[in-house]
Write a protein of this length. Structure first.
Length: 251
């Protein structure tokens, strides 16, 4: 029996061609470079293709009607999707995420403090860095916002974008509030509904860190959050004669 006539050889040759096709299609939808493409996903695709090819090899070696190229191609596609479906079903069954109750907050200050701590967790998970609520840590927030803008190209109204801005904006505001004093609010006559202004005690001024972060995610470097922070710091120093280390009023 020639190699191409061997049922196992046919199954694995077609399986390899199908694997390459799936990887190419998957990578074409990946926002990034080959270097940051998840290697675990490639290994999973290889495993699925190998299992499918092995099963088809066994079946076609016992049933001559299954040895044609056409039948093996169809079998490869059907078997591959069947295995993927089973894996997804098992994943949902055994790894269903625990639904956490929605936190209830007595004040906006408490809510924003909670969101700031969530942002600390995000950065710890993404970069292995523990934010310390210092002025310098706002540079890290700016880097994270820049990374998200470049990688995901978020748009206004896109699900999750405002929530991300809420978390990082809460952290920026908490850095300022914990040092200079202040109070969060939900709405503002100028900023609008759900603008989450922070009224700083020293000096008496209002800033919009959630708005800064939202604009940074949408517009990119032109709305650099750390630059705004430093601009207001310089402005207030010149105006009041002291370094208040606060952030700029939202443009």
């Amino acid at each position: 029996m020639n190699l191409p006539d061997n049922p196992y050889a046919r199954s694995f040759l077609i399986g390899l061609a199908w694997l390459i096709t799936v990887i190419v299609v998957s990578f074409s939808r990946h926002q990034g470079t080959w270097a940051d493409y998840p290697r675990a996903q490639i290994l999973l695709l290889v495993l699925i293709s190998a299992i499918t090819a092995a099963q088809l090899g066994v079946i076609s070696s016992h049933f001559e009607k299954m040895r044609s190229w056409t039948r093996i191609i169809i079998g490869t596609m059907v078997g591959w999707f069947a295995i993927v479906g089973i894996m997804l079903l098992l994943g949902k069954t055994f790894h269903s995420p625990k639904v956490e109750p929605t936190p209830q907050f007595a004040t906006t200050d408490a809510m924003m403090n909670h969101l700031a701590n969530e942002a600390v967790k995000w950065v710890k998970q993404d970069r292995g860095v523990t934010l310390d609520y210092s002025a310098d840590s706002i540079k890290i927030i700016e880097e994270e916002l820049g990374r998200i803008h470049t990688k995901d190209q978020p748009k206004a109204g896109q699900p999750g974008v405002f929530g991300t801005a809420m978390g990082y904006g809460a952290y920026v505001g908490e850095v300022i509030r914990r040092r200079d004093g202040g109070t969060w609010a939900t709405d503002h006559p100028v900023g609008g509904t759900n603008s989450y202004p922070l009224k700083i005690t020293k000096p008496d001024t209002t800033i919009f860190p959630v708005g800064w972060c939202f604009k940074r995610l949408i517009n990119g470097e032109e709305d650099n959050v750390h630059a705004k922070f430093m601009l207001m710091d310089t402005s207030l120093t010149n105006q009041f004669g002291t370094n208040t280390n606060t952030a700029p009023t939202a443009p």
